[in-house]
Design a protein around this ligand. Structure first.
Ligand code: GTP
Ligand code: MG
Length: 296
């Protein structure tokens, strides 16, 4: 039986979180068209007759500007150190300077690297993909090069087989019914953050965090879950952007999050959301650790 871990590494927005969700056939990590969204390493577990793959989604690799960014870089390094195999994700447009920097960083770890060329649904196979595959082979001795579309789930089965080929023999590390090590509270916060991030623009998405104040059973209706949470932003002038005209945006974020949390829990949810300013929280580890952004 095969058993081991793979770490998905790539620049912000490469599609790492989309890929972990596709590999698992289940959403464990939030996805956004905005860059630099994943903040900690997210562990997902895939089981089949062949064995078990422990998949680690990581934050996008980029130069750090604040304490949160430094912590995100640490999360990448620790997951690379732990993994048996690395999945380096690049886009179907081919290599750029950021991808090159990531490859340079990864080389130091001396681990098997599978190059995954993502978003091939955007590229025309013959014209652009073949030259990229050829060029990639010249850059590094990748264990394999696999084109996929994480979004459309094409070639995902092939990628799983490829991962299994490179994993060591061993017993499963996690119980079969376990999908992730992420606590429910963090998952709920992430669902809310995803809706907030996807409904804001420019520099706002990265300034958002979510703090869960409580998750409890309803007083009258035991089948209802009551969730109270704050959307945190780091400047006063972003408050109105999240709230929107007559509260419309906050209402929309709440509605979208509630629907997804209800599906996740299989229960009715009462979600109370507010907006709170914590100045420069991204430079305050004592604060952002409380939001779950730290070692896990
Ligand atoms: N067309 C296309 N879009 C994709 C594909 N995979 C991911 N995307 C999109 O790319 C964007 C970024 O996806 P994410 O999975 O959040 O990217 P990420 O690498 O996790 O980003 P960070 O966590 O910010 O580093 C989203 O809008 C996805 O829908 C793909 O195969 N094809
Ligand atoms: Mg991500």
């Amino acid at each position: 039986m095969k058993s081991g871990s793979v770490s998905i590494v790539g620049k912000p927005n490469a599609g790492k979180s989309t890929l972990i969700n596709s590999l698992l056939d289940c959403k464990v990590s939030i996805v956004s068209p905005r860059p630099a969204i994943t903040r900690i390493r997210i562990l997902g577990i895939y089981n089949s007759e062949e064995g078990q793959i422990v998949i680690l989604d990581t934050p996008g690799f980029e130069k750090t500007r604040n304490e949160l960014g430094k912590m995100m870089m640490k999360a990448i390094v620790s997951s690379v150190e732990e993994a048996d195999v690395i999945l380096l994700l690049i886009g179907a447009k081919g290599w750029d300077g950021d991808d090159e920097k990531i490859l340079e960083m990864l080389k130091k770890f001396n681990k098997k690297i599978i190059l995954v060329i993502n978003k091939v649904d955007k590229a025309s196979y013959k014209e652009s993909l073949l030259p990229i595959i050829k060029e990639s082979g010249e850059r590094y001795g990748f264990a394999e090069i696999v084109p996929v579309s994480a979004l459309r789930r094409s070639n995902i089965d092939e990628l799983r087989k490829c991962i299994f080929r490179h994993l060591p023999e061993g017993e499963k590390m996690f119980p079969e019914d376990m999908r992730t090590n992420i606590p429910l509270e963090y998952t709920v916060a992430e669902i809310i953050r995803e809706k907030a991030v996807n409904n804001t623009y420019q520099e706002v998405p990265q300034a958002i965090a979510v703090e869960i104040e409580e998750i409890t059973k309803g007083n009258k209706n035991k089948n209802m879950v009551v969730i109270k949470a704050g959307i945190i932003i780091d400047r006063e002038n972003l408050k109105q952007i999240i709230i929107g005209k007559k509260g419309a945006k906050l209402k929309l974020i709440g509605k979208l999050a509630r629907e997804e949390i209800e599906t996740l829990l299989g229960k009715k949810v009462y979600l109370e959301l507010w907006v709170r300013v914590i100045k420069n929280w991204r430079d305050r580890p004592d604060i952002f650790r409380k939001f779950g952004y730290g070692d896990i």
